[in-house]
Each structure stands twice: as C-alpha cells, then as structure tokens.
Write a protein that binds this ligand. Sequence first.
Ligand SMILES: Nc1nc2c(ncn2[C@@H]2O[C@H](COP(=O)(O)OP(=O)(O)OP(=O)(O)O)[C@@H](O)[C@H]2O)c(=O)[nH]1
Ligand SMILES: [Mg+2]
Length: 271
Amino acid sequence: MDVDQLREYIRSFSLNECPLGNQGYNRILLQVFGFLGHGKSSLINSCKYALLDTEFKKHAEAAANDGGLTMERKTYPLTGTIIMVDNRGCAMINAFEMAEIYAQLCNFVPLEQRVEWNKNYEDMMFRVEDDDVDPNFTDFIVPIFVYSVRKEITAAEIEEIKPFLKNCRDLTGIFPIIVLTNKTSGDIAKLRNIFEGMGAEEILAVENYTDEDHFKTRGRHTLFLELIHKALKDVNFCMKDQRNPKKERAQRKKFLLKYVHERDKNQPPSQ
Ligand SMILES: Nc1nc2c(ncn2[C@@H]2O[C@H](COP(=O)(O)OP(=O)(O)OP(=O)(O)O)[C@@H](O)[C@H]2O)c(=O)[nH]1
Ligand SMILES: [Mg+2]
C-alpha cells in the first residue's frame, strides 16, 4: 500500500467492521512502552505527523535529554477509534516499576494521570478495587515496545524484556510490535537479531521526526503508517475469534494481583 492507501485504511478502520462485529470494544489503544528516553513520545509525534500530514507539531512532549520526562499516562487520538498512549517509561526495569508497567498495560492506571512507582500489594489491590467501581473493559489493547538503537542493550535488560514481551502477548493476545528508534545511530542488524531471538514477530526500524529533524520523506511517512497498519492487522486477526472483554479484564486483574503478590513475597520485610 502507498502512503495514501495506508492513511485511508487507518482513517476508516472501524471495530464495527471486524469479522464478528465490535464484540463490546469501542476503541483501540496503541500502548507505547519502553525505557526512559528511548523515543516513545517522539514516536507518537511521528505517527501523528505521518497520519495528519499537516505541519510537524510536538503533541507529546519529547525530552531534551534522557531524563524521564513523561510522568503521566497520556492519550493522543489518531482517529475517532485509534488512540496512542504514552506510558511512563522506566529507568531500569525492577519488580516495583515492572508491576506499574503491567498496571498501565492492563489499563488499571487511569489515563491522563501521573504514574507513581513503588506501590506495595495493598496499594495495588486498592487501585484495582477503585477501578472496579467504574471498570473499563471496552479498550482493545495493542502493545508497542520502543528501543533505541543508540543504547547498548545489556544481557540483564534482555532477561527483563523477554518475559515482559511474553506477558504482554499472554495478556493482550498480541506479541508487542517492536519499534527500533534512532535507526541510523547504531547497529540495527544486531538489535533486530536480539529482538527476533526474544520472539518478536514485527520489528520496525525508524528515525523519529523530532524538533531538530522533521524533514518529511515518503519512506519515513510510510514507516509510521505501516506501524499503525500492522497494529490494526493484529486487531483484525484477534477479532476473528470470539472474545469477551469482561473476562479479559478479570484475567488481567488476576495476573496483576498475582504478580504483585509474588514480588512482595520475594522482598525482604520493610523496616
Ligand atoms: N535522532 C533521533 N532522535 C530521537 C529519536 N527518537 C527520539 N529522539 C530524541 O531523543 C530524546 C528522547 O526522546 P523522547 O521521545 O522524549 O523519549 P521518551 O521515551 O518519551 O522519554 P521519557 O518520556 O523521558 O521516558 C529527544 O531529544 C528526541 O528528540 C530518533 O529516532 N532519532
Ligand atoms: Mg516521553
């Protein structure tokens, strides 16, 4: 598909037209995850730029350095149905931050709110209970994992990313789409291999549109539209099967509480 066809496909995508209808979902959340400063916000800006094709505008604030700029979970609508979510990045994946990442993935962290780390089991349980008051089970979640080619991936990171990707798959039914940013600034082939080795099915290498360089080309626009298109193909594939949004939410809740419980069991008691 060329740029115009991709754009048209994305703009006209409707959950109602999926093989078995919308099955109770009313929007698609493209949830963007990744470590601090790897280009999550810039990816969202790039997707908006490629889709809207007006002047380049920074919708999501991108950091001037590596500093953990995005602290809130913010939404950026691409169309009436498709929304990108800028999740809070983490400095180093550890059990505490990881639980929060899962809470964001599973949609138990309210959108447009600051994300706090370091919750204990009780905090997490209360959060989930609060969410039960007005549960959201109408979002179809597609995970996207961002990693910058500029950063040297470590063996420890690989050990942490691998189970995360698999859990994302189990929780959403979709293996996260990998987006390698800064593609001209490192060994892209090596990183691609590493992610393939972790089971990744779709890997896209991009050079995000940034304040410094937002020179638009057909190839660059196409890649961002292809990313959204791939996500929609995943949605379409999953929607061929009978799904139950309420049951899925219950499963995510069980996973989250079990995860936090296991984590706290392995922590030394606090002083
Ligand atoms: N050259 C180039 N710079 C990029 C690319 N992606 C991001 N950047 C730059 O890298 C810096 C960090 O990017 P952000 O988009 O803020 O990263 P983030 O993952 O949202 O960061 P946090 O919200 O802090 O976790 C910014 O200065 C961006 O302009 C890319 O693909 N190429
Ligand atoms: Mg950000």
